[in-house]
Ligand binder design. Structure first.
Ligand code: AMP
Length: 215
């Protein structure tokens, strides 16, 4: 079983959805986006700093982001295997992660890259709704809840992220293309990269990834 994993892909490729399903395989899910959103909700100093970047679609500065990942990855529960979702997003972050994982002897075993066309990304992002309580993802056309605005799983209210609009999406995609996409070469060179097409259903994708991780 592959233990320590990074899941990568452009905004809307399905990283969070796949990651939430993979938790059932025993991985600790570490999403820097979720950590920032939690800090914003709580009104912490980190949240106040991060919010201004996130709502524009910009990247939160490397020092801040690397700091929260260092702290989280060093915690005891990550010893059973972790799944990094949304980190690293820059070369500086990737290098810092490589050094940290060596230091704590929790090296990355594989980098899963999710790929789907740009047109589909816009559709997914602008129609995405998320449960405020449990984080379950929905879509206004392709993944409707049974009752409008209410989560099927926990009954929590659904909301739209304030960076899930076309304007912020454009900025996020630009950051992805310029800063994050080059990391695919970084991991390819290290023999860690594995590509998956995420255009189809999330169930089929999850089965493919799960089979690969268990192999
Ligand atoms: P996500 O939930 O992964 O789409 O992240 C939402 C937003 O949080 C991103 O658009 C960034 O503004 C910020 N963010 C999340 N992860 C990182 C990261 N590794 N580096 C910089 N900013 C990040």
């Amino acid at each position: 079983m592959k233990k320590n994993i990074i899941i990568m892909g452009p905004p809307g490729a399905g990283k969070g959805t796949a990651a939430k399903k993979l938790i059932d395989l025993g991985y600790v899910h570490i999403s820097t986006g979720d950590m920032f959103r939690e800090a914003i909700k709580k009104g912490t100093a980190l949240g106040q700093l991060a919010e201004q970047y996130i709502k524009r679609g910009d990247l939160v500065p490397d020092e801040l982001t690397i700091g929260i990942v260092k702290e989280r990855l060093s915690q005891e529960d990550c010893a059973k295997g972790f799944l990094l979702d949304g980190f690293p997003r820059t070369l500086v972050q990737a290098r810092a992660l490589e050094q940290l994982t060596k230091e704590i002897n929790r090296q990355i075993d594989v980098v899963i890259n999710l790929d789907c066309g740009e047109k589909e990304l816009v559709r997914r992002i602008t129609g995405r709704r998320i449960c405020k309580q449990c984080g379950a993802p929905y879509h206004i056309d392709s993944l409707k809840p049974k009752v409008e605005g209410v989560c099927d799983l926990c009954g929590g209210p659904l909301y739209q992220r304030n960076d899930d609009n076309e304007e912020a999406f454009k900025v996020r995609l630009e950051h992805y293309t310029k800063e994050t996409k080059p990391l695919l070469d970084f991991y390819q060179e290290r023999g860690l990269l594995r590509n998956f097409n995420s255009l189809g259903s999330s169930e089929v994708l999850f089965d493919e990834i799960a089979k690969f991780l268990k192999s």
